[in-house]
Design a protein around this ligand. Structure first.
Ligand code: DX5
Ligand code: ZN
Length: 220
């Protein structure tokens, strides 16, 4: 059964505390931090995450779409992140970044954009805890799923198997009841979903609906 991580980006920003309580059955909450530089949009930052932290039991899965990222890792951990995911793109010292995240006591994630090949992660397979395949170009919710990314999910699932490590393989962007069977069959074990959950009146039913259509991974 895949982990469902509702993305708060699609929630009602005037009502975040209540929005979190509408998705209590999800074990992770995905929090997208955007800087208007690494991605062409600005969302929310660490003060908002810190304010939400006491009101949720979920693992805070923070996706940093900011450049530079290193100066903000400590603040992200202090705000209450359990997982910190950074992008492989534009980070000349990804290895050091992942070391820092671990030193801060968090799980370390690496997100990979549609144009980046899976091999970009080959040298960090021994230290990454979460791989996040972007199935849209990051920056906005509600975009169309990029089917071309399914091959990358399969390749990364195989790389994870070969590593022998317990690495979560997440997907982010355009995940809904139509794309869930495709990505889970390709090997995804964690599904980030914004509009497919917060865009629905009944969020609990939306989460259950996605779980119901997940498929077992099929090896390539
Ligand atoms: C996009 C973000 C996503 C976003 C996904 O850059 O990283 O987490 O919230 O939104 P949906 O699920 O609506 O595509
Ligand atoms: Zn995200």
């Amino acid at each position: 059964m895949p982990i469902i991580a509702p993305s708060l980006l699609a929630a009602d920003f005037s009502n975040l505390r209540q929005e979190m309580s509408a998705v209590v059955e999800a074990p992770w909450l995905h929090l997208d931090v955007m800087d208007g530089h690494f991605v062409p949009n600005i969302s929310f930052g660490m003060p908002v995450i810190k304010a939400l932290r006491p009101h949720s039991q979920a693992k805070f899965d923070v996706h940093l779409m900011i450049d530079p990222v290193d100066p903000y890792l400590e603040a992200t951990a202090k705000a209450g992140a359990d997982h910190i995911t950074v992008h492989v793109e534009g980070n000349a010292h990804l290895h050091r970044t992942l070391q820092t995240i671990h030193a801060l006591g968090c799980k370390a994630g690496v997100a990979i954009c549609p144009a980046t090949p899976p091999e970009a992660l080959s040298e960090v397979m021994d230290m990454v805890d979460i791989i996040l395949v972007m199935t849209v170009n990051p920056g906005f919710g509600g975009q169309k799923f990029l089917h071309g990314q399914l091959a990358k999910i399969r390749t990364l699932a195989e790389m994870i198997r070969r590593s022998g490590r317990d690495i979560t393989l997440g997907v982010d962007g355009g995940i809904d009841e139509t794309t869930t069977p495709l990505v889970t069959e390709a090997g995804a074990t964690m599904l980030v979903a914004g509009s497919a959950i917060f865009g629905k009146g009944d969020r609990k039913a939306a989460i259950e609906g996605m779980r119901a259509v997940a498929r077992p991974a099929r090896r390539a």
